[in-house]
Write a protein that binds this ligand. Structure first.
Ligand code: ISE
Length: 324
């Protein structure tokens, strides 16, 4: 069976999801693309139908599942509309702009009694992170005690605010650290370099493991994500994010990408194929609405810590049975 997908948003990620669905995903077709600017929707839609009305796309009977890739503040309401229509949704991160809105999505899904929402924390599908999880879980490096994350962007988009370094970028480390370490963060400390960038964030966790993260929005030289997990018996870390090295104009090495799309190309493709299969199998994969809520709730509290300059004890309530 072929899954008919509608994609909302035609920015960097919306257009990339359409491309992946069309060229690199088994068992799926793009039947509809929506953007407030109908010409942009038409340009990306190909053989699919172009919509400018988001709700019309979600309710269209030909659309069996939805990818949400519109601006962050629209995610929660769109996910709620998909839930009301009983349609599976892959929602780009973050699940919502506020913890309160993210919790509304969780509550609606719990009321429905089945999981229809996957949040696009694609790092869970990145081969390097998957291998790091395998090594930790095998016991080869002993008890995990530290995770060092580096998250550097070449340049922040001009619509980025200081808080978005946390709510839009650092949310990835919140999610991947919970997933890699299989423990929940309990306390956060944050400090900012002069001018507010980069940020240095430390999370303490229930297991005792400590997570350090540099979130850098204007690192200039390129997009660079790195993680090293330190165990009592050894460490495991990402190797260079390329499969080739070049010799050119007196230099040897690899080229940094401009943004996250080339770096996480495999992760996005594996995530999309996994999502499509999970709908056929009725066996959810990836980050759940609960994971999306926790990431946003922690991010919101980290922003408070940034504003007050004080460490913050993290709270986000009990995981509902639907997500156990
Ligand atoms: C962007 O929205 C992403 O999701 C990227 O993965 C992240 O690295 C970047 O900092 C975000 O702005």
């Amino acid at each position: 069976m072929t899954l008919s997908v509608g994609v909302i948003g035609t920015g960097v990620m919306g257009a990339e999801h359409v491309r992946i669905l069309r060229d690199e995903t088994a068992g799926a077709q793009v039947v509809a693309v929506c953007d407030a600017d109908i010409d942009r929707a038409r340009a990306v839609a190909g053989h699919g139908e172009a919509f400018s009305d988001l709700l019309a796309l979600i309710r269209d009977h030909r659309v069996q599942a939805v990818v949400i890739a519109s601006p962050d503040a629209t995610h929660a309401d769109l996910a709620l509309t998909c839930l009301a229509a009983g349609k599976p949704v892959l929602c780009e991160k973050p699940l919502a702009a506020t913890a309160e809105d993210a919790l509304r999505v969780v509550q609606a899904e719990v009321q429905l009694g089945r999981r229809l929402v996957q949040v696009g924390y694609m790092r869970r599908f990145d081969p390097a992170y998957v291998e790091m999880l395998r090594v930790r879980a095998s016991g080869a490096i002993g008890e995990a005690v530290l995770l060092h994350n580096t998250h550097r962007n070449a340049a922040a988009p001009d619509w980025f605010t200081g808080a978005m370094a946390v709510t839009n970028s650092f949310v990835h480390e919140i999610d991947i650290s919970r997933w890699l370490l299989n423990t929940e963060p309990t306390l956060a400390r944050i400090s900012a370099a002069p001018g507010g960038d980069p940020l240095m964030i430390t999370l303490e966790t229930e297991s005792g493991a400590i997570v350090s993260t540099e979130v850098h929005m204007n690192a200039r030289y390129g997009y660079h994500v790195h993680a090293q997990l330190v165990g009592r018996e050894g460490t495991v870390e990402m190797a260079a994010p390329t499969v080739t090295l070049t010799n050119h104009v007196g230099q040897h090495g690899h080229v940094w990408s401009e943004n996250w799309v080339p770096r996480f190309r495999d992760a996005y493709r594996i995530q999309m194929n996994g999502w499509v299969r999970s709908i056929a199998d009725q066996h959810p994969v990836g980050a759940s609405a609960w994971d999306g809520y926790v990431a946003t709730a922690i991010a919101e509290q980290v922003v408070t810590a940034l504003q007050t300059g004080n460490p913050v004890r993290l709270t986000f309530g009990q995981r509902p049975d639907l997500y156990l």
